[in-house]
Structures are given as structure tokens and as C-alpha cells.
Ligand binder design. Structure first.
Ligand code: DGJ
Length: 712
């Protein structure tokens, strides 16, 4: 920190995030977020004027925590209603602290709400964390009702962790994902409109329709070049991200848990910690931003990010609800013969779950299908050398279930409104301690009694009638507090079963976010297993999330959802770009298909450390006929190129694939798995980088290949 100018420089990996503390103590502004600067350099930065003396001004432009109050007209990150109805705050910076520890460096800025007649019962701290090995800056706030006992509650109308400000540019482009069930993570970039652009979920979960992150650039960044600023939110319930662009030239992002009208009440002495927002600056385009996110997720978000994810088999597409012990044993035998490492029994093993109309909530083995319980199947799977996994949907209940008959009041509902079942199910209120206790109890028992190694935790409907029965101002806080309850159950379960691994699923990719990844190991990316559609879905998902969390199954052809017929090899190659799984009906695969599948599972295991833990470079475009992804594991001296072409080969020659991320002054042996070593070519890294690799795939539709590159 430079005391004379009040300049604080946070060094996050290769980047600097620079703050300037105002001499009056009323505000803190961000004055640089980009390439690394020294403290001496940062002290020379000139703060842009805020134009407070004109109609166009607003003192909240560039402010780290814009509140409601004063000459502020942008998006407040903190909006509070005092007991007397006042909601205009006067921030006063009362101090700051800097700590350096093993998990990075932290800055805390302390504020109070100080009116002319003294301090009101409201204080907030802004927290920052940066690490040497990550370009990500993490931010959150802690808001406190400082009234003593006998004081009055405060209402938080909005509580985001702060504002992220972009440097002034002539124009801005906003990139984000939108989607639907079975069509998640569709990437779109468009010029940022003047005004406020809001991405949100009012569903109580992250949602298929959007995902809580944005990338912004000046309209000139590409996959490999240019500056990109990205902000992601670590919240699991309803959320809201607003990107603000003013005609006066300010561009900022405010992102937090909860949507409009979701209020939280702070009783005297209580405090609330906002969801963390994380930000990345990249000087190497969207690809660079994604790689920074991937490294961060693997190193600092996932509970076991250093592990390799196993090849799994999941029975859902093969059997849907028609789950029997004999049928699962047969699938397990076939899966084990392919080299599968984890066998997961999906929906249909419990209660009277013969279809989606009944049984959710009754978490004991289906009496007709597993008369002796799950243990015999679990033992069989373990005996085959595989781990045993189970599908669960703990937050849901069918009205036709013993649980609902016993506890009809446990669901989210308004007492005098008709409930709106979706998929014949209602949502259990996980913010209620007794509901969370019940869920932990049966989950803990089921995992322990059956030697369960893996849970696929599903969530198949959005909130409706979402209020807590306590009513009052905070009734809708269940939109965020349900997710907090879900997180607590998961944290407790993992603590009780340290070897348990968990997949997050919400009808596919409806609950993928940094908060759920902090307590799970992978996600079910989409219910759409069509390999061609998956290339687009994976392209969008990979903007933020690493390959090591994106579950991808090889299923039957024609695809049950889309009817598209795609060769097995292409289906495998698409799934091998993530966490490989198999989800087809193996009883219908031919001997040749099973043999080819076993060989490809073997190849995946060989290249898995590179795919899951390497740096990812997206090449080609998802819409085009040619697509490729390069995974580079520099420490291992290995790279893996996966390449696909959907349509037939056109008359025009394919562009050579220039391969970034390799060591230019080293030679690489380039070979296809199974090729005799003498067939391998040796190519200098520099040639691969600047000239490229011939990218022509053979004639015909749906051609693909996997190439390995080994540094000599
Ligand atoms: C939705 C999931 O995404 C599917 O994979 C499957 O588990 C079904 N739910 C089961 O009901």
C-alpha cells in the first residue's frame, strides 16, 4: 500500500487489482484491474473524475461497494432499510487490515453508516482474497446489525459482495450463456446495451436458462488475443447479476444471491456474509480467461480437485425407471468388462418409484425390486472392482409418498395458495433444521449401510410458492436460504464420509456454479447426450468450468433424445473431452461395439491426466464443421488433441490446426493411440505452433480423431 495516495495493490497471480481509498473516508474506488503494476506505479494512476457536479455524474462509478444513498444512481450492491424506513446510507471507512497467510493475502475494509448525528446500527466489511498461483480475485462482504439487545432488526433489500468496475473503453461486449433443459450453456456475445442488463434465476437454483458469470471485453477480444474481464458468482439459489453501462462511460458488474424482492432480516447483533464473487482479467482472450478459471476451480474451489475422476457407468438411459436388481447386475457385469470404474444406479431404486408420480421422499430400497436391500447389488459391484454410486433427489417429494403424508408442511408453500407440482413433485424446505436433519439422517445411513462411494444428487424442479411459513419480510429469503441448507447437508455428509464423492445434477446442468463445486466433484452437464449437441454445450460450459468436472456419457445411437445416428468413435471422442461416462443400454451393444468401447475406455484412461488436469485450448468454432480441443499438460510433457467434423468434407482444404501452449523449442512425437511407434511423426513445437498440424479428417460425416503429442 502507498500511504500517501491511499493506493492498495492486490496482486493476484499475473494481475493487479488496484484500489484508491478516498481521503475523506467516504468511498473506495477501483482504479486498475489488469496487468501487474508495482505499488510505485499504481500510486501514479490518476483517478477518473466522477462528474459529481453535473447531471451525468454519480459518485458510485468505480465505487467498490455502491450503496443506496447520496449522489449514486447506478446499481447498489448494498441496500438496507433501517427500522425508521431510512434507506439512504452514508458510508464511512473506519479502517482496514491486511493479512498474509498460507491461503493467500486478504484485505478487509471496515465501514459504518455514519449520519450527521452519529453512527447508525449498521456496519459492513469488504473482504478481498488473492493468491500467487491464481489470477482470480475473490470478494465478499459481511454486513452487521450493530444494535445491542433490545435494538431493532434491519432489512437487507440487496446484498451483493460489491461492484466490479471495468476500465473505460469505447465499447463493450457481453458474453454469457443462455439455455434450456437439454440445451444448456449456449454461448452468446453481443454489444453491451446502455442501461442495465440483468441475468438472473428466480428458480431457487442456478438454472438451465443462464449461469452466474459474465465475460466482458471491448469488442476486440478473440479466443487467443485481447483483454477480457470476467465475473462469476458463488451462489446456489436464486441469483442476480446486473451489468451496468452508463452513457458517461462507466461499466460495472454487481452480482449477488437472491433476486428482486428477496429480502433478509438482520436481528440486533446478527451478521450476514454475502456470496463470494470472483473476478479474472485475461490478456490472452477468452481462452486465457477460461484457463484462469479452470486453474482456480481445480486448485481453490473443488474439495478434491487434485484427483482424477473415474470412468462411470450410469443406468438412466438404459432402464429409465425400470430398475431391477437382476438388470443392474447384468449392466454392471458388462460395464466392468469395458473397464468402467464406477457404477451408478439412477432413479427408480427406492420407495414405490415405478415412475415419476410416486415415491420421492421414501428413501428405502424399493420393496419389489430390491427385497434384500441394496447391499447385495453394492457387493456385486464392488466385487467387480468398481465403486458403487446411487442417484438421490433429497430436496424433493412426491405428494404420493409416505413422507408427504407424514409432513405435508415440510414443502415450500403458502398456506392459502394452491401448490404447483411440476414433474409431480414439490420442494422440501431445506432451510428448516428438521428437514435438513431428516435428510442428513437417511443419507448418512444409506451411504454407510451400503458402502456407497458416489452420489448423483439431482434436483428436478424449480421453486414455486416459495415462502417460509414464518411469513413476514424474510419469507422469501428461502430463495437463498434453501441453498444454504442444501450446502450444509452436503458439507456434513462429506465430513462424515470423507471418501464419498458427489455429482451435482438438476435435470442435467441446472445447478452448476462455484458454490456447488466447492462441495461436489463433478456435474452432470446436460440430459442431452447427443454427441454433436454436446460439443456446443461443452464449449459453453468450458468457458468457466474445467473438463475435470464436466460429466459426459456415451449413449446409444440413434440418440434417444434427438434421434441422430453418430458413430461410436465420434460419441466417445466427444465424451472424452470431459469426464468420460457410459450411459447406453450395454445389453444391446454388439460384440464389435463392446470391443471398440473397451479399447476407447483404455485410451481415455491413458490420456485422462492430460484431459482432466491439463490446460485447455479451444480451437475452431462450435458452429463450424471443424472443432478441436487441445489439452496440454506441460509438467508431464504430454498433450492430447481431440478433433471432430460433423458434416462431410467440403472441397476447401481444412486450415492447419495451430497448436498453442506447447514448448516451441522442443520436439513432439505425434501419434494416434494404438499406432506402432515407427508410424509416429516427430514435429518441432515451433512448427506446430506457427505452421500447424494438417487437420484433414477422412471423408464422410461425423469424423473424429484423438492425437497424442509427447515431448521428446
Ligand atoms: C434428471 C437427470 O438429469 C437424469 O440424468 C436422471 O437422473 C433423471 N433426472 C432421473 O429422474
Amino acid at each position: 500500500m502507498d500511504q500517501a495516495t491511499g493506493t492498495v495493490v492486490l496482486q493476484a497471480g499475473r494481475t493487479s487489482y488496484v484500489l484508491r481509498l478516498d481521503g475523506t473516508g467516504s468511498t473506495v474506488r477501483q482504479i486498475h484491474w489488469g496487468p501487474a503494476l508495482s505499488v510505485a506505479e499504481a500510486a501514479t494512476l490518476v483517478e477518473p473524475e466522477d462528474g459529481r457536479d453535473s447531471f451525468d455524474g454519480g459518485t458510485d462509478a468505480r465505487e467498490e461497494m455502491p450503496v443506496e444513498g447520496g449522489l449514486r444512481y447506478g446499481v447498489p450492491a448494498l441496500e438496507v432499510r433501517h427500522p425508521d424506513g431510512t434507506s439512504s446510507l452514508e458510508p464511512l471507512l473506519t479502517g482496514h487490515g491486511i493479512q498474509h497467510g498460507p491461503d493467500g493475502s486478504r484485505l478487509v475494509l471496515h465501514f459504518v453508516d455514519a449520519g450527521p448525528e452519529g453512527t447508525r446500527d449498521l456496519a459492513w466489511d469488504l473482504h478481498y482474497r488473492v493468491r500467487r498461483d491464481s489470477d482470480v480475485v475473490e470478494r465478499w462482504a459481511v454486513v452487521r446489525n450493530t444494535a445491542a439487545g433490545g435494538g431493532r432488526p434491519l432489512t437487507l433489500l440487496r446484498h451483493a459482495g460489491g461492484q466490479w468496475t471495468l476500465p473505460t473503453r469505447a465499447g463493450y461486449r457481453l458474453s454469457s450463456v443462455h439455455g434450456a433443459w437439454s440445451e444448456e450453456f449456449q454461448l452468446a456475445g453481443q454489444p453491451l446495451a446502455y442501461g442495465e442488463t440483468t441475468l438472473t434465476s428466480r428458480r431457487g437454483h442456478t438454472g438451465h436458462q443462464s449461469n452466474p458469470w459474465v465475460m466482458l471485453d471491448a469488442g476486440d477480444a478473440t479466443e487467443d488475443h485481447g483483454e477480457v474481464w470476467s465475473v462469476a458468482l458463488a451462489a446456489g439459489g436464486s441469483w442476480r447479476t446486473t451489468v451496468l453501462r452508463t452513457p458517461a462511460g462507466h461499466c460495472g458488474v454487481v452480482s449477488g444471491a437472491g433476486h428482486e424482492g428477496v429480502e433478509a432480516v438482520l436481528e440486533p447483533g446478527e451478521e450476514l456474509t454475502t456470496a463470494v464473487t470472483a473476478g479474472v482479467w485475461s490478456g490472452t482472450g477468452f481462452g486465457g480467461a477460461s484457463r484462469a478459471w479452470h486453474t482456480y476451480v481445480r486448485r481453490h474451489v473443488l474439495p478434491a480437485g487434485g484427483e482424477l475422476r473415474p470412468v462411470l457407468y450410469n443406468s438412466w438411459e438404459a432402464t429409465t425407471f425400470d430398475v431391477t436388481e437382476a438388470g443392474q447386475r447384468e449392466l454392471a457385469d458388462r460395464a466392468a468388462a469395458l473397464g468402467v470404474e464406477l457404477f451408478v444406479v439412477d432413479d427408480g431404486w427406492f420407495g414405490r418409484r415405478d415412475d415419476d408420480r410416486a415415491g420421492l421422499g421414501d428413501w428405502h430400497p424399493h420393496p419389489g425390486r430390491f427385497p434384500d436391500g441394496l447391499r447385495p447389488l453394492a457387493d456385486h459391484v464392488h466385487g467387480l472392482g468398481m465403486a458403487f454410486g446411487l442417484w438421490v433427489e433429497p430436496e424433493m417429494v412426491n405428494p404420493d409418498s409416505d413422507l408427504f403424508r407424514a409432513h405435508p408442511d415440510w414443502v415450500l408453500h403458502h398456506p392459502d395458495r394452491r401448490p404447483s407440482p411440476q414433474r409431480h413433485q414439490l420442494v422440501l424446505d431445506f432451510s428448516r433444521p428438521e428437514v435438513a436433519e431428516w435428510a442428513f439422517g437417511w443419507l448418512d445411513r444409506t451411504v454407510r449401510d451400503n458402502g456407497v462411494d458416489f452420489l448423483k444428487w439431482d434436483f428436478n424442479r424449480s421453486f414455486s410458492e416459495a415462502a417460509r411459513r414464518t411469513g413476514g419480510t424474510a419469507a422469501r429469503a428461502v430463495h437463498t436460504e434453501h441453498a444454504a441448507g442444501f450446502h450444509r447437508v452436503l458439507d456434513r455428509l462429506r465430513a462424515a464420509h470423507p471418501r464419498l464423492r458427489v455429482e451435482s445434477c438438476a435435470g442435467g446442468g441446472g445447478r452448476v456454479d462455484l458454490a456447488v463445486l466447492a462441495r461436489t466433484d463433478q456435474v452432470w452437464t446436460s440430459d442431452n447426450t447427443d454427441a454433436v449437441d454436446r460439443l456446443t454445450i461443452q464449449h459453453g460450459a468450458s468457458q468457466l468450468y474445467p473438463a475435470s468436472v464436466l460429466g459426459a456419457w456415451v449413449t446409444d445411437s440413434p440418440n434417444p433424445l434427438t434421434g441422430r445416428r453418430v458413430p461410436l468413435r465420434f460419441r466417445f471422442h466427444a465424451a472424452m473431452a470431459g469426464v468420460l461416462g457410459i450411459g447406453g443400454d450395454l445389453t444391446s451393444w454388439t460384440a464389435e461395439e463392446l470391443a471398440e468401447a473397451a479399447a476407447l475406455v483404455g485410451v481415455y484412461k491413458d490420456v485422462r491426466p492430460v484431459v482432466q488436469h491439463g490446460e485447455q485450448y479451444r480451437l475452431g468454432s462450435p458452429g463450424g464443421h471443424g472443432r478441436a480441443v487441445l489439452h496440454v499438460h506441460e509438467a508431464a510433457g504430454e498433450a492430447v488433441l481431440l478433433q471432430w467434423r460433423v458434416g462431410g468434407r467440403g472441397r476447401r482444404a481444412a486450415e492447419p490446426l495451430r497448436l498453442p501452449g506447447l514448448v516451441e523449442d522442443a520436439d513432439y512425437r505425434v501419434f494416434e493411440p494404438g499406432e506402432p511407434p515407427e508410424a509416429a511423426r516427430v514435429v518441432p513445437g515451433r512448427v506446430l505452433a506457427v505452421h500447424g498440424l494438417a487437420a484433414e479428417l477422412p471423408q464422410g460425416e461425423y469424423r473424429s480423431r484423438l492425437l497424442r503429442l509427447r515431448r521428446l
